[in-house]
Design a binder for this molecule. Structure first.
Ligand SMILES: *[C@@H]1O[C@H](CO)[C@@H](O)[C@H](O)[C@H]1NC(C)=O
Ligand SMILES: *[C@@H]1O[C@H](CO)[C@@H](O)[C@H](O)[C@H]1NC(C)=O
Ligand SMILES: *[C@@H]1O[C@H](CO)[C@@H](O)[C@H](O)[C@H]1NC(C)=O
Length: 173
């Protein structure tokens, strides 16, 4: 149980579709500020798999959040690929059209998350049942990715201090 709040790798499941979640790595850098209560992939059946996580926030309300999102592709090791953007989340949520890349990435999880309102944040954060199929739709319809192994790396800053990272590993085949 304690391990769940710290860095840990999960090796999960195979998906029959084009996009497979392979690993999920969540790290809290400041357990006095925030901790992962849980994070996992779950396979309901062969075609329905989802990602869920919950972050407990201990110093609410939070009025300053920055997120760095980078996409990496595996060429031997993971190398920067396509995106590396940092966004002021509070500004973005007030004016969602301000950054096309973030609008696109936010589309991955906004309908599966309670991070869908403007700042401040005064409650625990939840991503609930984000499916690989959902990602698949987004990925194949929005841009054509080359096949391979990818890492969606996100780093979460509050008041300009790195508090947590969420890394989602996917395979596109
Ligand atoms: C898989 O589970 C989902 C969600 O419960 C359901 O909608 C879907 O019909 C199931 N698919 C199969 C093949 O059982
Ligand atoms: C993203 O860009 C920043 C600033 O240039 C850099 O420090 C960071 O290492 C980059 N991240 C990745 C994953 O390449
Ligand atoms: C935000 O997400 C919560 C939980 O999923 C939902 O109940 C609420 O209606 C959503 N709010 C908006 C503005 O989409």
């Amino acid at each position: 149980e304690y391990d769940l709040k710290r860095e840990k790798l999960y090796f999960i499941f195979q998906v029959t579709g084009k996009v497979e979640f392979t690993n999920l790595k969540c790290t809290s850098y400041d357990p006095k500020f925030s901790e992962f209560e849980y994070y996992h992939f779950k396979a309901i059946n062969r075609t329905f798999k989802y990602l869920s996580l919950k972050v407990k926030l201990y110093e609410t309300p939070i009025t300053n959040v920055k997120v760095n999102v980078a996409l990496l592709k595996r060429f031997g090791g993971y190398k920067p690929f396509l995106y590396n953007v940092t966004v002021d989340a509070c500004k973005f949520l007030k004016n969602p059209s301000s950054n096309a890349v973030i609008v696109y990435l936010h589309g991955f999880f906004k309908s599966h998350s309670n991070m869908n309102h403007t700042c401040p944040y005064d409650h625990d954060l939840i991503v609930d049942k984000l499916t690989a199929d959902f990602l698949n739709t987004q990925v194949t319809e929005v841009i054509s990715f080359p096949f391979g192994e990818f890492l969606f790396q996100s780093q979460w800053f509050a008041y300009d201090i790195l508090r947590a990272s969420v890394n989602v590993y996917v395979t596109l085949s």
